[in-house]
Ligand binder design. Structure first.
Ligand SMILES: Nc1ncnc2c1ncn2[C@@H]1O[C@H](COP(=O)(O)OP(=O)(O)OP(=O)(O)O)[C@@H](O)[C@H]1O
Ligand SMILES: [Mg+2]
Length: 397
């Protein structure tokens, strides 16, 4: 029996072609809308390839949650490593997340293990380990590009002579007449961490700051479209649905959120044996990611409930991400007739809509191409249509 269950599940059709391409640790080859940041990084680090050892470069990447800082740092680092190799330069990119490795000792240990895999991890202080590392870099002619991600979490611990960042950013300066072997990329959500640092370190770090703005809806759309092409089967998702996801994620400007919605929606499609990701799968995905309290819906006055239920029915019927007021009105009339309540006038609908928008239950946008003139499109981005319909139908009975 277990065999049948397991092989049946594994053999089920899926909307995914390669699901792992949507996992958080996957670094995509192409990072659309991050060309300016990649260019700035390249300009900043060009000297370490042209005149290796002449300088130690330090660059700080700043931006909100999910704007591609880590992805850009990793893609840049590994690409620079290959370009260096083509030129006969042994450059190693090491990415350390300070949230996981929070002290100077742990950071230095991570880096050292990367460069000298056989190093025993006990019995050294951070300074001793660093010296061993430095000697190996010199003996073997290696250059290091170290990325310290989530730098805010790097803390000083008792017994350390210097603050970790002070130590790391000054380490290279100590050997003035020797080759500069280490450059740094610091990654952070904001520059607050700089305040606590030594003035000279502050000025070095503020010298090269690369900013990552939040993504717009249009940029998020481009990102998830490209990411869906490498992870989903052809035809498994419509543009309409991709636009819906980017609209949902755009108030945050966060690509991670958009990708999580895409992945979860794909999982819902699979669980319902649908060969396409539908708007309702996205709504359910969003519900999982951010729970919107259903009670707010149930507390609405009667006619707003009817109006909302009509929107839900229209969305369900058309299976699309957005409907027009005309479509809502049609389903409202039928509903009122069924419920034997007197239908309200058209003019009131805009009031209901406004209120439901303010509550974050409905969303609107103005139609683009494909519609005659400008039409208001109504969508439900933070609730599952099925859940709204079920709950409202129950209380309206
Ligand atoms: N321009 C882009 N193209 C394709 N995928 C992207 C792009 N920008 C971000 N992503 C993806 O979005 C997710 C979030 O990006 P990333 O982890 O780089 O964010 P971050 O800025 O480091 O956020 P945090 O501050 O939360 O660590 C990752 O899965 C990443 O691959
Ligand atoms: Mg990150």
């Amino acid at each position: 029996m277990a065999y049948d269950i397991i092989s049946g599940e594994i053999g089920r059709p899926s909307v995914f072609k390669d699901e792992s391409k949507l996992f958080p640790d996957h670094v995509p080859m192409n990072l659309v809308h991050r060309e300016p940041q990649l260019r700035s990084l390249s300009r900043a680090f060009r000297a370490i390839l042209e005149t290796p050892g002449a300088i130690s470069q330090k660059v700080t990447l700043v931006g909100d949650v999910g704007v591609g800082k880590t992805a850009v740092a990793k893609r840049f680092g590994s690409t620079l490593e290959s370009i260096a190799k083509e030129r006969g330069i042994d450059l190693r990119y090491v990415h350390v997340n300070c949230y996981k490795d929070r002290t100077l000792f742990l950071v230095v240990k991570k880096v050292t293990q990367h460069i000298i895999p056989a190093i025993p991890d006990r019995g050294f202080s951070a300074q001793e380990l660093f010296e061993t590392l430095w000697n190996t870099l010199e003996d073997e002619g290696i250059y290091l590009l170290l990325a310290l991600d989530e730098i805010d979490f790097l803390i000083s611990v008792a017994g350390e002579k210097e603050a970790p960042l002070y130590f790391l950013s000054r380490a290279t300066d100590e050997f003035l007449n020797r080759k500069q072997r280490m450059s740094l990329i610091l990654v952070t959500r904001n520059l607050d961490f700089i305040a606590g640092l030594d003035k000279s370190v502050q000025s070095t770090l503020l010298h090269n700051v690369i900013r990552f703005e939040n993504y717009s809806a249009a940029q998020l759309y481009d990102i998830i479209r490209l990411r869906s092409m490498e992870s989903l089967k052809e035809g498994a998702i419509d543009d309409d649905v991709l636009l819906m996801i980017s609209d949902m994620a755009s108030p945050r400007g966060d690509a991670r959120y958009a990708l999580e919605l895409l992945w979860r929606a794909g999982k819902y499609a699979d669980s319902e044996a649908s060969n396409r990701v539908l708007p309702e799968h996205v709504r359910k995905a969003q519900l999982d990611v951010s729970q919107f309290p259903m009670q707010i819906v149930l507390d609405l006055p009667l006619h707003e409930r009817l109006f909302l239920l009509s929107v839900a029915k229209a969305l369900k019927k058309t299976k699309s991400a957005y409907v027009t007021m005309g479509e809502v009105e049609a389903s409202y009339r039928i509903l009122c007739e069924d419920m034997k309540v007197e239908a309200r006038k058209h003019t009131q609908f805009w009031e209901y809509l406004q209120n439901l928008k303010n509550l974050g239950i409905l969303h609107t946008k103005i139609s683009g191409a494909g519609f005659r003139g400008k039409t208001t499109l109504i969508g439900m981005l933070s609730l599952s249509v099925e859940a709204v319909e079920k709950n409202l139908s129950a209380v309206l009975k």
